[in-house]
Design a protein around this ligand. Sequence first.
Ligand code: GLC
Length: 688
Amino acid sequence: MTLDEKIGQMTQFSGSLPEYESMIEEGKIGSLLNVYGASETNRLQKIAVEESRLGIPLIFGLDVIHGYRTIFPIPLGSAASWDTAFVRKAESIAAREASSEGINWTFALMVDIARDPRWGRIAEGGEDSFLGSTMARAQVLGFQGKSLANPLTILACGKHFVAYGGAEGGRDYNTVDVSERTLREIYLPPFKAAVDAGAGSIMSAFNEINGIPASANRFTLTDILRGEWGFNGFVVSDWNSIGELVKHGIASDKVGAGIEALKAGVDMDMEGSAYLELLENEDNNKELIDNAVRRILREKFQLGLFEHPYIDENLSNKLILNDEHLKTALQLARESIVLLKNDNALLPLSKNLKSVAVIGPLADDKNAPLGTWACVGKSENVVTVLEGIKKSVSENTQVYYSKGCGVSSDNTEMIEESVKIAKKAGVAIIVVVETAKMSGEAASRSDLNLPGVQRDLIKAIYKTGMPIVVVLLNGRPLTIPWIKENVSSILEAWYLGIQSGNAIADVLFGKYNPSGKLTVTFPRTVGQIPIYYNHKNSGRPNNPSDKFTSKYIDLSSSPLFTLGYGLSYTKFKYSNIRVSSKKITSSESLIISVDVKNVGDRQGVEIVQLYIHDVVASVTRPVKELKGFRRISLDANEKKRVEFILKPENLGFYDQNMEYVIELGRFEIMVGGNSVDLLRTSFEVIEK
Ligand code: GLC
């Protein structure tokens, strides 16, 4: 390969501009993103394979984040299902649809841990490393299947490496300054899980990490990713994140930026033209370039692109939006819904109710449910909340509808009319939202209240004294203390994708008993941030009756809703927590068991959660850490004994010398249906 051809493999551009065709023919481009459709990808592939000197096939990348055309819930939503098997199935469907239209590579899974809901990309991630790691594994296996040689699989990409979610102020792209211990215990584990599951690529992030930008960070990209973890796929930069090293101030020009990124371990330059600049640079590091090219070609071979570079142009008709895909989208959407409150058991409603009012600015909107990163999803395929409700109620039920207000507007003129409409009905379902553009990339919010006058709309209808249900469509935790305090029934419905309206209606009318649990903490106010469940105790843990302890003088220190929280239309009772031994050595496993009984009158799914607390250690440890969960179905009055196996590696942490250790001493064990209401016991790690 000539230097031009090598650098070409390391260069990716977005779109299919005419000038790219001659560059492909000259072997100067190895990948395109945002090009899809079997005929278009085959046309461009033909240039690479049949007209360039070496005939190396292109790899086509796209952000297939939560579906291709069959759009599933946003990741923050589907994670609330805690159903890793179903998430894996959804990603395998996304892979089948995307690959049938010429895509070989997705820029997913996004596994950035986020503890700051002002950051719009929390919509794509979550707060906990253990859950993030289990979801990472499920997604890689979903996208890549058993073998990448299967033409209906696509290469996964763990992103954004690393700690992108730690941005100061929750402002996207902003500075990240974290200890190595936090880096290793909070931000890195989901990426390790993706690598261990066989992810073929990793994307380097925009942000700096403790003074070194992620796309020029040899410590993370080479020492950890390749040295410690043995990752042998390739690293692609995020969009021009190599070129942005100049803005970061660690390179004076693009050549310098390219050299920094190459030395750190970035193999492919997304839409930056930085590596192309290396062609002019004499002292090219031949070995680094050869290594980068080798890694990229290895994945192209793994994908079978050399043997089968083209896609059957009739394939997608059989796959896109087929019945199986639609059924999967509906079930995952149902499982992603979290019942936050249901006092007086107003829900589920009877589908034979006399009348219902559906109120809200986007209650009949076909765009919002697609959420951020909606790939090639089309609003025409979306079932709105109003449509779902109309399909679910009996033919004699009168359904009223009113927008009530705008999303962000401060205009309250429509509220009075909406109150009149609501009062005609026996119950009001008020759908309040962020727009899909208010979360995702470059969508940080300084205020987490409902936008506009939506809370005024709820208050106005609340004042009538009629029964109301609030349904939230949002891409991040929102500060809704008044709603939690005053509204008797609240559903968290995220952006659930194309089956949104059907899933919400199935929960509202009891066809599906809600089982979702939050994977992020909801703060009471933005002033509480950062607030997360696995916090440290400090030397003066919050004690409301002692002034001189860690708290606010003007607000409770507890969150509005905690990680792991979610209700059901039935109730589950936990009892009889046991450990297989009260003493184990650091090379033995422990079995924890607990009885869970459905004490209500209908079937339900419960997500049983296991937390640990290392009571005394050589460094401070979180007050609790999620280390296991089981998603179990119980019929009315059914009881199951649930078991967890806790392995030694689940007990470890990085000590003062940054060595991963399991120390002797007492551990608390906690099991329950959320991260607060927990049965407790303990055990001890003793000398061997
Ligand atoms: C964006 C995002 C990244 C995405 C890439 C390609 O800037 O940060 O998540 O995969 O560009 O669209």
